[in-house]
Design a binder for this molecule. Sequence first.
Ligand code: DHE
Length: 521
Amino acid sequence: MRWPRNSPFLALLLFAAAPVAAQSPDPTALYARECASCHGAGRLGGTGPALLPESLGRLTQAEAREVIANGRAATQMPAFGDRLTAEEIAALAAYLFTAPAKAPRWGRAEIEASRRMFVDPADLPDRPQFDADPLNLFVLVESGDHHVSIIDGDRFERLARFPSRYALHGGPKFSPDGRFVHFVSRDGWVTRYDLWSLQTVAEVRAGINSRNIAISGDGRVLAVANYLPRTLVLLDAQTLTPLEVIPVTDRWKKTRSRVSAVYLAPPRRSFIVALKDVAEIWEIPYEDPPPATFPGFVHSYEKGMEEALTVRERFPIRRIELDQPLDDFFFDPAYRHLIGASRRTGEAVVVQLEVGRPIARLPLAGMPHLGSGISWTWRGRRVMGTPNLRKAAISIIDMEDWSLIREIPTLGPGFFMRSHENSPYAWADVFFGENRDAVHIIDKRNLEIVRTLRPVPGKVSGHVEFDRYGRYALLSIWDREGAVIVYDAETLEEVARIPASKPSGKYNVWNKIRFSEGTSH
Ligand code: DHE
């Protein structure tokens, strides 16, 4: 018997005999079911952090799969390994590293809606609620379990420890009197904390993916540098109310740019802004009203950016045009010169801020980490020292003629360099490579390494900050079971050890508000 070719019976038979194609997991549905309640329906974050490619930049897909399967210790992230198959976990991880079809919006309305005041400023006490020196406190960021500790800089005891937002980055910024400290997380949350009463005062989400913050010299304005969206956000420092949301574009409004970082230039009474994708540096005066003589009142916005239009005269923008984008800025003490790094060519460029143009190029190979540099006086000349993220060397540069004085060979590339005006030593970590547990101590007088410490063999040691007098140097051991080790800055002997969860940066109130030449600002 022959079956007709188009017989329905044959079709049924063939269908039944065909191998069943395995259904590939639908990550969108999985996300909505398993993740959205904590990380937000639009992946912008909720109780958990944002899950967008830009927010996950520090995680590999393999690490993301691991976190989904096993959870994350000391956080609310549970393990999904017993609920999801390996294939589902892989699909979910890949989905998180894919940009959403429509760029998420985070404008003035969203910022304002996220803002919370926890304490009425009128209810704050009028003196510190502890007996330690409020100007010698250290603010310690513990990146292991996302906490911040407040440390008494004389007795090295913890006065407080509180949960921070997920992944704080960059130095916290202090009000000029040292009373309030402000943090920003990589997912855009800005927090204002009162060091006198040891409590969080206010919080706002200023961006989806942020880089750092700066505070104006009068303590009134906070500037937030964002990668996502491409904005610079100016906040009232006391209430965190958005004052202005500036969309960042080139002069011709053709290219939008991520903001690499924003810096305070105290003598200029302005913010200096580093742009990632546009060959411009911005300068924005923070005074109200801005000085009438301020150059370059170029301040126009794209149609539809209505939030910026209401206060357009408040923050005029001066654009310094370059031939390539520069970031990771270091300033001379008078803020007349800025040294920026080109990630494209690997060189460093000196920009004279008054004339607004590059005046020198520095012979620095590798990837100088200028933002972590320091300056001091050597043989009557102002010099700066900068670590290098790709090269085992510290470069010492003459800040008068911009020549390279010396390259000090180290045991590996380093991240941070720190000192204090009362100490003859500069501390430079190694941070990368097989010697990442080492830290070099350089004599600022002869530019020689005089000692190399290995505080905890096998564990990364890095980032030093001195107390206000320059008597002690505090060093982080970057481990979940880590510590801050306190050294006598003269004898270089250990005097105390404070356990901490992957401590990253620590910041001394006095050194920050007095712009100590040995630390970052
Ligand atoms: Fe940072 C400061 C940029 C990676 C820890 N980092 C800064 C600043 C900039 C910067 C521009 C100065 C801003 C400020 O303090 O206001 N950092 C960058 C990068 O471009 C880079 C290389 C890549 C990135 O993904 O952002 C980078 N930084 C790191 C890390 O991997 C570190 C070690 C761990 C982390 O927390 O992400 C790290 N950066 C820090 C710290 C400071 C910092 C602790 C503040 C140092 C200080 O003493 O002020």
